[in-house]
Each structure stands twice: as structure tokens, then as C-alpha cells.
Design a protein around this ligand. Structure first.
Ligand code: AMP
Length: 217
């Protein structure tokens, strides 16, 4: 399985990628996670990436492409991969095509996780991450009144907000998505790879739709 999950921040790409990892045994490659790791470790890449990330802007293509090239060369990616948050613009998509042609591992499917802008905003402002196990929660509970519960950390997970999930940064990230990432929809449609999934439902329902889209149904 070699797929790209496309969609705005907050559309559920990360959550669905993790379910795909469990179901198909291929790695999730999230450029956002890789960059956050680099920031946490204080590497040269992390230091350079942090400014753009905190401002809700894209990190320089050259840095991201070097990171992806290195990640795709690792043995686990030979079995396939789920790209989450990459590519983010046309230049990255073209570079990915060239890289995958070199590796003789062309993309099989691109799935767009489609969600209304208002819902994206609500999901992002409510998103929290468990400090201990990194699981993602939402403080706008569904159903209303339920408290976040973490199987590992119990009923009171220590939740923190990602710096770029602050309201003032979210606007910028959605703007960047509209201007730079959305053109990929047409790019992959023309390549005959695109399927669209309605992402406005319960996680498991969206996952069923996603599996069908990947299998071409
Ligand atoms: P994400 O976790 O995918 O929402 O990414 C968080 C932040 O990391 C983004 O707002 C960007 O600053 C940066 N980032 C992640 N993926 C990319 C990418 N493919 N190209 C450039 N910047 C990225």
C-alpha cells in the first residue's frame, strides 16, 4: 500500500493513518510528527523548522524533501507507506513523483479527507495531546459531557495544546492549506489517483469509508 492522505489540518489524517497502520502493517510517515521530533531534540533541522511551524507556515521544501528522502529509504517503507501531511504543495508533489519513480514505488492512491471549514476550526481549537502517551483528544466532547479517557493514562490524562493549535495560528494554517495544498486536489485528480472521503463522522465510520476508497470502491 502506497498512499497519500490529503486534507486540511484537523481533517483526521493522523487518526486515520494510525488505524491504517494497524490494519495494513505499513508505516505512517507524518512530516509534522518528524518535524516536531526534530524540534523536541533540538537538531539543526528542528531549529530551522520551528520558526515556520510556530507561525503556521510551511517549512522550507528543501528541508522537508531531504527528510522524506531519508525516511522513505528506511527498510520498513519498502513494504509501503501512508504519507500524512506530505506533500503540502505542488513542488513537493512533483519531487515526490520523481523520488518514487527512482525507487520504482509509484503512488497507488491519494485520498482527500473532506471536512467543512467551520468543523476544522472547532476540531483544531479543541485538540489536545496527552503529555505522557502522545494520544490525541478533543475537549469538545462527543457525545457532550464525556470526559477524555486514555486507556494508558487513565481518566485524567495530562493534556497539552500544540503551540500551532492556538487560535491565532490556526487561521494561518488554514490559509496556507487553501493557497498551497488545495491545488493538489486537481493535480492528483488529473493523475487519476484521487478519491474523496467525507470526514465528518465518527472515527470508525470514516475509517470504513477510507478503506473502501483505498480499495477503489
Ligand atoms: P501537521 O502536524 O501536519 O499539521 O504539521 C505541523 C506543521 O509542520 C505545519 O504547520 C508546517 O509548519 C510543518 N509541516 C508539516 N508537514 C510539512 C510539509 N510537508 N511541508 C512543509 N511544512 C510542513
Amino acid at each position: 500500500m502506497r498512499i497519500v492522505l490529503l486534507g486540511a489540518p484537523g481533517s483526521g489524517k493522523g487518526t486515520q493513518s494510525q488505524l491504517l497502520v494497524k490494519a495494513h502493517g505499513v508505516p505512517q510517515i507524518s512530516t509534522g510528527d518528524l518535524l516536531r521530533e526534530a524540534v523536541a531534540q533540538g537538531t539543526a533541522l528542528g531549529v530551522q523548522a520551528k520558526v515556520a511551524m510556530d507561525a503556521g507556515k510551511l517549512v522550507d521544501d528543501v528541508l522537508v524533501l531531504a527528510m522524506i528522502r531519508e525516511r522513505l529509504a528506511r527498510p520498513d517503507a519498502a513494504r509501503g507507506f501512508i504519507l500524512d501531511g506530505f506533500p503540502r504543495n505542488i513542488a513537493q508533489a512533483k519531487a515526490l513523483d520523481a523520488l518514487l519513480a527512482e525507487l520504482r514505488q509509484p503512488l497507488e492512491r491519494v485520498v482527500l479527507m473532506n471536512l467543512d471549514l467551520g468543523l476544522l476550526f472547532k476540531r483544531l481549537t479543541g485538540r489536545r495531546v496527552c503529555q505522557d502517551c502522545q494520544r490525541v483528544f478533543n475537549i469538545h466532547p462527543s457525545p457532550p459531557g464525556t470526559l477524555p479517557h486514555c486507556a494508558q493514562c487513565g481518566d485524567m490524562p495530562r493534556l497539552i495544546q500544540r503551540p500551532d493549535d492556538r487560535e491565532e495560528v490556526i487561521g494561518k494554517r488554514l490559509e496556507v492549506y487553501e493557497a498551497q495544498t488545495k491545488p493538489l486536489i486537481e493535480f492528483y485528480e488529473k493523475a487519476g489517483l484521487l478519491r474523496v472521503v467525507d470526514a465528518d463522522s465518527d472515527v470508525q465510520i470514516v475509517f470504513t469509508r477510507l478503506q473502501a476508497a483505498i480499495q477503489g470502491r
